[in-house]
Write a protein that binds this ligand. Sequence first.
Ligand code: KG4
Ligand code: ZN
Length: 343
Amino acid sequence: MKVLGIESSCDETACAIVEDGKTILSNVVATQIPFHKIYKGVVPEIASRKHAEWILPVVRQALKEANMTLDEVDAIASTNRPGLMGSLLVGFTFGKTLAWATNKPFIAINHMLGHLYAAQLQSDVEYPFLGLLVSGGHSIICKVNGFDDLEILGTTVDDSVGEAFDKVAKFYGLGYPGGVIIDNLAKKGDPKAARFPVPKLDEKDHRYDVSFSGLKTAVIHQCDMFWQPGYEHSTENMCAAFQETAIKTLVGKLLKAADDTGLKTVVCGGGVAANSRLRAMLAERTDINCIFPPLKLCGDNGAMIAGVAYHFLQRGDRSDMNTVTCARIPQFKRGLDQVRHNK
Ligand code: KG4
Ligand code: ZN
């Protein structure tokens, strides 16, 4: 089954064609970074306008690169949540309309299930396992029982990890998007240069939860307070110390979840899964089998959407034409632990 997957939840206009949830026939990602860079962050109005301008050429390009016509596509999938409302609306309405006009099965996809599936495009992973979903909008540690069956164990109580990277980079004028820039600068710095505070969340109510807003404030407004004697006050050192604290926070909670659940396989996904320190820190843990998507599938793309959509379609699921977009997924907050598709 060949599925055409569309992704437009933030600032990438993307479309891919994936066969049987595994083989990527094409994967086109048109990034809007140059348009948002001057504002040091995503401008939602610009993002939706660019999606509207680019969606048709991007879908055409995906068909061309797969050497296929629309007739040869078996089903269409589009991200409908979570994300920027205006951005979601463009790709989702386009996909839904295309499915309606061609009378093909259509399926609405939760963006975070796509991120979780990205690593599984390349390798089969046996359920259950632990998921670490880290992006610009989310920081989720979950138990994964099936492709659409996540038990949220922990999430952020305030900012996401990606947002912390982006805001620190924005404050220090390092560029946009901040994650990869800080990752690269950190390689030239010493993580011991500053000892930033690690949030101590209540063990009972927040055992697997993370927090990044305090770290962000410390790095932006109180950096000097945490600087260690004898270290040069360089941007590289600041980036290394910030990144080390952020990644240690995530890894600490993830390992706690691995110990408590006995699950020793972890699948990572989302833009922050590209982080080199996160990859290195988890690689040191030889007792844990950590599976990352290739770098080009960490960020937003249509292949992860088409890939996971295949499993819904195989199960006989279809989204009707009344399905709408949704900026947030309330279940991703702590306390409501069962996230099943389309509930
Ligand atoms: O998944 P994604 O592309 O979009 C969302 O769904 O949010 O994630 C984007 C986030 C941004 O915050 C970006 O700074 C971060 O992923 N990111 C990174 C790295 N590459 C991208 N963060 C840390 N290290 C990286 N190498
Ligand atoms: Zn994403």
